[in-house]
Design a protein around this ligand. Structure first.
Ligand code: MSP
Length: 531
């Protein structure tokens, strides 16, 4: 039985339109999911929308809609954007679905039965823009303004159900200390550890519901309270797989998210799980933010890289070009990444147009010219060393890539793949098959060289495919590789799989060179219709 691999993204608030930030987290998860499928794991990749926020209810009222109508419209926009980006999620959970609501009620009831959720009174500083309470210390440090949006905090007193978070402090600390990979990257782990040492207080997990038509999941046996939206949302990771056919997926291997919501995922969520007696996820991976041309993206600046803009980039550079830029230049580590047109152009041309794409054209063109488009027999031996020990190189790089994907080191994994592609360029320059081919006596050697080039590019294409699925599928076909069934990762990575005698396909450039003097792509009336 293949080993399960469960990866999630945050579930996104439906009162915003999808933008590059949401796409990025989902793309990170998508590429890891795709690699793990290639590596033979039984993958379950989940994304979705978080819908019970108070802001959804108020936004709906402003538009004379019911909350669910407003949520339906925006959830559809997320689904559409994600399908267009080529995401391979196995499910899309909406917190307004009964399969989620029923489970949340069950979990809360279990926590109440155990005495981990109790009724009490809470007074605190409410950040309406983020829908969270801040402690006195945090509120004071932020001068009683939201640390995220700068909007004033409001003092609120509520009768609430509380979760006994403090009871799990020592257990959580011990878990984090014993599992260095639990919170990543390292800088984020240190932040959480630092804050945890200040101690944990019990947290409210419900809010008073308006008299009628409460938007949210009501507390078990108490219609006057709904489950606090954050608690409702966190449970999605469990509720979606808490069915007979999916239960093997828990615990998740990776929760992908950004630093803004790390506390909920690295502290509240694991404590809820411990209270429920469930195993903890293996890794909570909190990346940093995309900013744009040096400035934070915000509603007030109106400078989000929105979906119409992403469409405009894809029209010029292809969706895989966009995916490549985001994955190789993205804020996976502890620092923010800047989305700039100049960098996009530079990376696209260097890595894709002049890099991998050019290597595929060069090799397929030479095979067409010297061997009538038929992959030549490597008469000197598929693995003959004509300057590069190919079997050793691809073994090393495919091993590096696998280890890097497992640690969500996407830059490292794609770098290993590109090393193979760049080695082909070097090899062609050093062995100069185009010169050798002038003398027919050299054709057997030229055949061996070109076989090795095509085989190396086939392997590079597989290693790049989690990042650029469509174009790499095309590249593998052009190189004449058509496997039967679904070969294992080890087979795909084994040198010599490409069958001599297969037909290569020339064609338009995989990644046409981009004009360095052209203006940046901008949303047009055609792309503006996108979600
Ligand atoms: N609904 C909550 C999450 C609940 S998860 C149980 C939420 N939603 S959100 O719509 O605000 O999405 C926040 C997430 O979107 C971030 O954690 C990150 O994954 C992604 N991003 C939003 N803006 C981003 C950037 N500018 N850059 C990178 N990712 C960003 O919080």
């Amino acid at each position: 039985m293949p080993e399960p691999f469960y990866i999630t993204t945050p579930i996104y608030y439906v009162n915003d339109k999808p933008h590059i930030g949401h796409c990025y987290s989902t793309l990170v998860a998508d590429s890891v999911a795709r690699f793990m499928r290639l590596a033979g794991r039984d993958v379950f990749f989940l994304t979705g929308t978080d819908e019970h926020s108070e802001r959804v209810a108020s936004a709906a009222v402003e538009r004379s809609l019911t909350p669910i109508q407003w949520a339906d419209d925006n959830a559809a926009a997320f689904k559409e954007a994600f399908a267009w980006m080529g995401f391979s999620n196995d499910d899309f959970i909406r917190t307004t679905e009964s399969r989620h609501i029923d489970r949340v009620k069950q979990y809360i009831r279990t926590l109440m039965d155990k005495g981990d959720v109790v009724l009490g009174e809470y007074a605190g500083w409410w950040d309406h823009s983020q829908e969270e309470y801040l402690t006195e210390t945090v509120a004071r440090d932020a001068e009683y303004k939201s640390p995220v949006t700068g909007k004033p905090l409001v003092k609120r007193t509520e009768k609430n159900y509380f979760f006994k978070l403090s009871a799990y402090q020592d257990k959580l600390l011990a878990h984090i200390e014993a599992h260095p990979e639990f919170i990543r990257p390292e800088a984020r782990r240190n932040e959480v550890l630092g804050r945890l040492r200040d101690g944990l207080q019990d947290v409210p997990i419900s809010r008073a519901a308006p008299a009628e038509g409460a938007w949210g999941i009501t507390m078990p046996d108490d219609l006057s309270h709904v489950v606090y939206v954050w608690i409702d949302a966190l449970f999605n990771y469990m509720s979606t797989v808490d069915t007979d056919d999916r239960r093997t997926y828990w615990p998740a291997q990776v929760h992908v998210l950004a630093k803004d919501i790390l506390w909920f995922h690295a502290v509240i969520w694991p404590c809820l799980l411990m209270a429920l007696g469930k195993p903890l996820p293996e890794c909570v991976y909190a990346h940093s933010f995309w900013i744009r041309e040096g400035r934070k993206m915000s509603k007030s600046l109106g400078n989000f890289v929105d979906m119409p803009t992403v469409h405009a980039y894809a029209d010029r550079f292809s969706i895989d070009g966009v995916r490549w830029y985001l994955l190789t230049q993205g804020p996976l580590g502890a620092t923010d990444a800047d989305f700039t047109y100049s960098k996009f152009l530079e990376v696209y041309n260097a890595d894709l147009a002049n890099g991998f794409g050019n290597a595929v054209s060069r090799v397929t063109n030479m095979i067409a010219k010297y061997f009538d488009g038929v992959v030549p027999e490597p008469e000197g031996g598929a693995g003959a060393n004509l300057g590069i020990d190919w079997p050793a190189l691809v073994k090393e790089k495919s091993g590096e890539a696998r280890a890097a994907w497992a640690r969500v080191d996407i830059g490292g994994a794609l770098h290993a793949a590109m090393t193979v592609s760049r080695a082909v360029d070097q090899f062609v320059n050093d062995t100069a098959p185009f010169k050798l081919a002038k003398d027919p006596a050299n054709l057997p050697k030229v055949g061996t060289i070109l076989y090795q080039c095509a085989e190396a590019l086939r392997i590079a294409a597989y290693l790049l495919s989690p990042a650029m699925p469509t174009s790499m599928c095309d590249a593998i076909g052009r190189l004449g590789y058509a496997p039967e069934g679904t070969p294992s990762y080890d087979t795909l990575m084994t040198w010599g799989q490409l069958a001599p005698g297969s037909t290569v396909r020339k064609g338009d450039a995989l990644f046409p060179r981009a004009d360095a003097d052209a203006d940046p792509p901008v949303a047009t009336p055609e792309t503006a219709g996108s979600p």
